[in-house]
Design a protein around this ligand. Structure first.
Ligand SMILES: CC(C)(COP(=O)(O)OP(=O)(O)OC[C@H]1O[C@@H](n2cnc3c(N)ncnc32)[C@H](O)[C@@H]1OP(=O)(O)O)[C@@H](O)C(=O)NCCC(=O)NCCS
Length: 187
């Protein structure tokens, strides 16, 4: 198992070919994908094996230490979802933060714990200059995680993947310099 990051309660590791069932369980739950997949649609097993998993595996080849990371709960050893930490566009110093957890793992601070650790690692070790995160305004849990990870509100606008649903998205961001500055004031 290739570990990318370890926190108090989580291990973030690389996805492997064996994760199709895990990803299917995650993406076949309508509540999980409601504000996270295009059109809020669940995915079929074939979409996982033919599109999602190959894309995740390809990202490691393309970006090395950036990509989607499987989150494992240390206490149970179980897969609980994933964190995304990969180039927003082609700029390798601007990284998008994202997360998707199984419902059974919600509300325990896991998304905050993983996100804070990724932000720290990104700026301290991976040469990241800027981190961005985007969510639908209605996805209050996701927006709250951005805030708790130290990202600041930047703008809001319409979400192209939901043109018919009249949904606005918010963008949050954090620059390395601002993170370092804030860190020096921590107790
Ligand atoms: C978004 C998500 C990852 C949050 O995971 P989580 O581990 O439950 O989040 P945390 O426990 O770290 O909670 C972070 C904050 O959000 C709040 N929160 C959690 N669920 C909430 C909800 N349904 N409504 C409002 N606030 C919520 C928590 O109370 C906490 O804030 P607080 O400390 O001020 O009370 C999880 O809900 C999820 O996987 N959702 C489906 C996928 C998704 O939408 N991903 C984001 C796409 S942009």
């Amino acid at each position: 198992m290739e570990i990318f990051l370890e926190t108090e309660r989580l291990i973030l590791r690389r996805f492997t070919e064996d994760d199709a069932d895990n990803l299917f369980e995650l993406d076949s739950d309508p509540e999980v994908v409601r504000y996270a997949n295009p059109g809020g649609k669940t995915r079929t097993y074939e979409e996982i094996t033919d599109e999602v998993l190959p894309r995740f595996l390809f990202e490691y080849e393309k970006y090395g230490h950036f990509g989607h990371w499987a989150a494992v709960e240390k206490s149970s050893g179980g897969f609980i979802g994933w964190f995304e930490f990969r180039p927003f566009a082609e700029d390798l110093e601007e990284i998008e933060l994202g997360y998707r957890l199984k419902k059974s793992a919600w509300g325990r601070g896991y998304a905050t714990e993983g996100s804070r650790a990724l932000v720290r690692k990104g700026f301290a070790e991976l040469g990241v200059r800027r981190i961005v995160a985007i969510a639908l305004v209605v996805n209050t849990a996701s927006v709250r995680v951005m805030q708790k990870a130290g990202l600041k509100f930047e703008k809001r606008g319409m979400y192209p993947m939901y043109p018919d649903r009249d949904m606005e998205e918010v963008w949050y961001g954090l620059e390395k310099d601002d993170f370092l500055c804030a860190s020096t004031h921590l107790p």
